[in-house]
Design a protein around this ligand. Sequence first.
Ligand code: ZN
Length: 282
Amino acid sequence: MKLVRFGEKGKERPGIWMGDGRILDVRALAFHIEDYNEHFFAHDGMAQLRALMGDPGATYVPAGSVRLGAPVARPSKIICVGANYAAHAREFGHAIPQQPVLFSKATTAITGPFDPIVLPEGAQVVDAEAELAVVIGKRASMVREEDASAHVAGYTVLNDVTERVVQKSAGQWFRGKGFDTFCPMGPFLSTPDEVPGTAGLRVWQTLNGQAMQEALAGDMMFGIPFLIAHISRGMTLLPGDVIATGTPPGIGSARNPPVVLKQGDVVEIGVDGLGAQRCEVL
Ligand code: ZN
């Protein structure tokens, strides 16, 4: 199943991506499903959605006629993993980390998968970072690696847009990673049954049609079950929380000469099987 949220920014409605050009309007059929939020994931929302799919009273909207939002409503946190692909750590001259480098993105940075990325005033060196993201489906605290998959609601695509000058000058990364629109998410949240394994998924980015990043998710140093176990050891992950698993090599600002995002650019990122985003830079 593929979950989408559609409609105006801030007023998105929950839907199911049918794959045939239609979106099932969940709230038209089940008004108690307010949104894909913590309450939804914590109260067996996925099972309720599956039941709706066969409902003869279901109503649909044409997928091409609506804006898509991020596929989860504002999570309690977005946890990101830095330097999780060895080749990306090397291109930035980072040491290979002995444990995951964790940081956070502001949840207000979240935007839809086809919305513009708006450069903040004075922006100098802005990069896009294609990432595979995991959404938590079940509260996770002190979870063992072998039990981690039971806590996953699904997978999506996340662009960890970053202003490098601010990232490096501000003492820590939060501001340079947290500007409004610096976290396009989606197009959909794919449930684990649609993703037999993440290791073979290709994570990629193109900028104005030119290939930038590409790697297999299996190349990440700290895998998803390890990350869930590691983070939940002392920090509770709530349903709906997002873990961005890190970005592959090929980042624009690490190139020679550097390539940085500028107004009018078109950034496309995707994870094979999980869909793709297309964002214009404003
Ligand atoms: Zn990142």
